[in-house]
Design a protein around this ligand. Structure first.
Ligand SMILES: Cc1ncc(C[n+]2csc(CCOP(=O)(O)OP(=O)(O)O)c2C)c(N)n1
Ligand SMILES: [Mg+2]
Length: 373
């Protein structure tokens, strides 16, 4: 397939390009993906409201990108590594990070795996090989290439999946990472969610190339474009690329064409830079509606099941948020842990000083101080 063609298996009206499905995709698994997409949409809506109510201080929604997120992460296997960005709540959930862990991270509470030290949306889980998210755009791309090269040296039959956006492709780190991966035939899949915008900058201002996918050619490997709102196309292409990487076939770049339907983050008002008609146009290609239509046409979903999934996922989200909010902030002394095996004398002194201030009531408790408005 040429790097400018777009792979699509499901049309926006839910009709399928082919009746044939990969053997591993049974109805139960497919309806499970649908459920996860609905859950992610519900989590997004709820998290935006939490920020507006001042209960968390930041959130980066993924509405419109559910197919790209769930479909890509569904292709991962044991032993694979994943380098997400701040928008990948859904991909992390699909990979196995629990809804409770996501909610705990947004609140930065004592149960949070990132121990309240990261901005909301910056998930991580060592046990699942989900690497800690860096806010600076594209820094994870060379890291992912390096991780994949290490996998190759260790002769693991596993691969690395690296997430980034269209905006990230204008960073030097994109070039460095892709180049390294190409030279060393790293088992790395570069998954670009081209959601048309990098905050206020449209994708037309990111590149003079025909596509993002075509850039892979310059680094000596294959690049594909897929319809990122078509979960079957996303899953199939990422699965093929990961299988190829695990088998020693080197890296692949996948450009998933999708759309960020909401704001960039809670600090953004997209009405100031894009038209309502553009948003409406993409709403007609909603990935959840499309997948639901197809599942219904196959007889695997009906009104009662859809209603139950919507009800149950909303209740699960509510429960996770309630539970997360009820857990206190991490203990202040935990600030001093994890950096050194043995704390330095200076760190010990600072810890003593802080605990003294707390005892004397000078610092009542460590609050979740807003960093971003
Ligand atoms: C190096 C760097 N420059 C600028 C920023 C500010 N910033 C945060 S998100 C973002 C846009 C990223 O766009 P894209 O890569 O398309 O990802 P998306 O947010 O659309 O998912 C920018 C410029 C940053 N975090 N890091
Ligand atoms: Mg973008």
């Amino acid at each position: 397939m040429a790097a400018t063609e777009v792979l699509q298996l499901l049309a926006p009206d839910g009709s399928a390009a082919s009746e044939e499905l990969p053997a591993e995709l049974d109805p139960q698994r497919l309806v499970g993906w649908y459920r996860n997409m609905v859950l992610l949409r519900s989590f997004d809506r709820r998290a935006l409201n939490l920020q507006r109510q001042g209960r968390i201080y930041f959130y980066a929604p993924a509405s419109g990108q559910e197919a790209a997120q769930i479909g890509s992460a569904a292709a991962l296997q044991d032993g694979d590594w994943m380098f997400p960005t701040y928008r990948e709540a859904g991909a992390c959930y699909q990979r196995g990070l629990s809804l409770q862990a996501l909610a705990d991270q947004l609140f930065g509470n004592a149960r949070d795996l990132t121990k309240g030290r990261q901005m909301p949306n910056h998930f991580a889980c060592a046990a699942l090989r989900i690497v800690s998210i860096s806010s600076p755009i594209a820094t994870q791309i060379p890291q992912a290439a390096g991780c994949a090269i290490a996998q190759k040296i260790k002769r693991e039959r596993a691969a690395t999946l690296c997430y980034f956006g269209d905006g990230a492709t204008s960073e030097g780190d994109f070039h460095a990472g892709m180049n390294f991966a190409g030279v060393f035939r790293a088992p790395c899949v570069f998954f670009c969610q081209n959601n048309q915008w990098a905050i206020t900058v449209p994708v037309s201002r990111q590149t003079g190339s025909e596509s993002i996918a075509i850039k892979a050619k310059a680094y000596g490997f294959e690049g594909y474009r897929v319809d990122g709102n078509d979960i079957l196309a996303v899953y199939t292409s990422v699965k093929q690329a990961l299988d190829k990487a695990r088998a020693g076939g080197g890296p692949t770049l996948i450009e998933a064409l999708t759309y960020r339907m909401g704001p960039h983050s809670t600090s953004d008002d997209p009405r100031r830079y894009r038209s309502e008609s553009e948003v409406a146009e993409w709403e007609r290609r909603d990935p959840i509606v499309r997948f639901e239509r197809w599942l219904r046409s196959r007889g695997w979903l009906d009104d009662a099941t859809v209603a139950a999934i919507e009800r149950e996922t909303a209740a699960e989200v509510e429960q996770a948020i309630r539970s997360a909010e009820a857990v206190d902030a991490p203990p202040p002394q935990s600030l001093f842990e994890d950096l050194y095996a043995e704390p330095t004398p200076r760190l010990r002194e600072q810890q003593r000083e802080l605990l003294g201030l707390i005892e004397r009531g000078v610092v009542e408790r460590i609050t979740r101080t807003p960093l971003f408005g």
